[in-house]
Design a protein around this ligand. Structure first.
Ligand code: ATP
Ligand code: MG
Length: 366
């Protein structure tokens, strides 16, 4: 009989070159890639299919050109299909937690469109020769448990051999075609509301280096495994039309994308942004991921910080998040905050305001 490896001694994060959504390709590279593809390669909303297609013109409500959280296809007057995918490298050492985080993160893009998830497929890359499959089974169990709590069935998947483990899901959901949340619907005067605290990137980076206190890691994992379902339901109940989820491009990066798509600017109140416990201390101690550094350089021409914003808070606003909250724009923030609070979302913070001005510009005040 071959000796079984001690699975408890395996640190999954040591196998990962970057943590969670911090391993996304930088926004600058993604922009360049999309622009280089040229027209007609990826389907855009309103486009008429060039060749034979089952799609009727106009039924693709959100496509690649929109750069939104998920694609949306109208099925009939009441129903639209929502389609999205996400996967990443180990963000924590516990396999079940990694699975739960990756699933909550993949499902989040459906909630960010105002949909609810129906079916999912596991996307898995695994070093089959060196890493026991029992660990992968724990990852998949974690993912399935979160999907089940979302009312979403995992119905299959795909697994490749890869020296670096990766896990995530492709998810199909349903939404009402006339009640979608899109990235291009923020309007001057709207308040910006955030439904989770930020700081998962610094906590994950510190954890990878063995420096995150247990209670700090626990709070970050609790946040990352929490579904954005309640936040999405609250936003639907309040008639919100503009939303995105906060992930690897950071709070300011995803806000910038929303503002750019909507043709507006915004002012953010740094002091109103909720921070995870320990995040500020770990930022001060230098646990800043490569993804966050990419966000900082990408956002340089777009964001002006008041001198009164503490430097570590300014870093956290650009911290690469994994499975972050929803960022919602609303003309009726009091009603939305009350609805979020009644549904016990992790946060319900008014963090700024949409303003008329150059598309994508952000001013950060203390
Ligand atoms: N390889 C790719 N081919 C086509 N489109 C892509 C590709 N990678 C990213 N995109 C598109 O670029 C946009 C931004 O991608 P990104 O992964 O940041 O969105 P997202 O799914 O909302 O991210 P997250 O899951 O982290 O919230 C999305 O509209 C996405 O569909
Ligand atoms: Mg998203």
């Amino acid at each position: 009989m071959t000796a079984q490896p001690d699975t408890a001694a395996i640190r999954l994060t040591s196998l990962s070159h970057g943590a969670g959504c911090a391993c996304k390709l930088p926004l600058s590279a993604l922009d360049e890639l999309m622009a280089s593809l040229g027209p007609g390669v990826l389907g855009a909303a309103g486009a008429t299919p060039g060749g034979p297609s089952a799609l009727a013109a106009g039924d693709l409500l959100v496509g690649a050109a929109e750069g939104d959280d998920a694609a949306v296809l109208r099925l009939d007057d009441e129903r639209a299909l929502v389609l999205t995918t996400d996967f990443f490298t180990p963000i924590v050492d516990d396999p079940g937690d990694w699975g739960r985080i990756a699933a909550a993160n993949a499902l989040s893009d459906v909630y960010a469109m105002g949909g609810r998830p129906l079916l999912a497929l596991n996307l898995t890359a695994w070093p089959g020769e060196t890493l026991p499959l029992s660990i992968l089974a724990d990852v998949l169990r974690g993912g399935a448990s979160v999907a089940a709590s979302a009312g979403c069935l995992v119905v299959g998947g795909h697994t490749i051999d890869d020296p670096e483990p990766k896990y995530g899901m492709a998810v199909v959901g349903l939404a009402s075609p006339d009640r979608l949340f899109t990235i291009d619907a923020a309007r001057p005067g709207d308040a910006l509301v955030l439904t989770k605290a930020i700081g998962t990137g610094v906590v994950a980076t510190a954890h990878k280096r063995g420096a995150a206190p247990a209670d700090v890691l626990r709070a970050a994992v609790a946040s990352m495994t929490t579904l954005n379902a309640a936040a999405s339901e609250a936003a639907l109940a309040c008639g919100v039309t503009a939303a995105t989820d906060v992930t690897g491009f950071s709070l300011l990066g995803h806000l910038h994308r929303m503002l750019r798509a909507s043709g507006v600017s915004a002012a953010v109140s740094a002091g109103a942004v909720p921070l995870l416990p320990g995040a500020l201390e770990l930022t001060a101690a230098g646990y800043v991921s490569g993804g966050t550094r990419n966000n900082m350089s990408y956002l340089e021409p777009w964001v002006s910080f008041s001198d009164a914003v503490p430097a570590d808070v300014a870093v956290l606003l650009r911290d690469a998040q994994t499975s972050g909250g929803l960022l919602l724009a609303t003309a009726a923030p009091d009603a939305l905050v009350a609805e979020l609070t009644s549904r016990s979302t992790l946060a319900a913070a008014v963090i700024g305001r949409v303003e008329p001005g150059p598309a994508g510009r952000i001013t950060v005040n203390p």
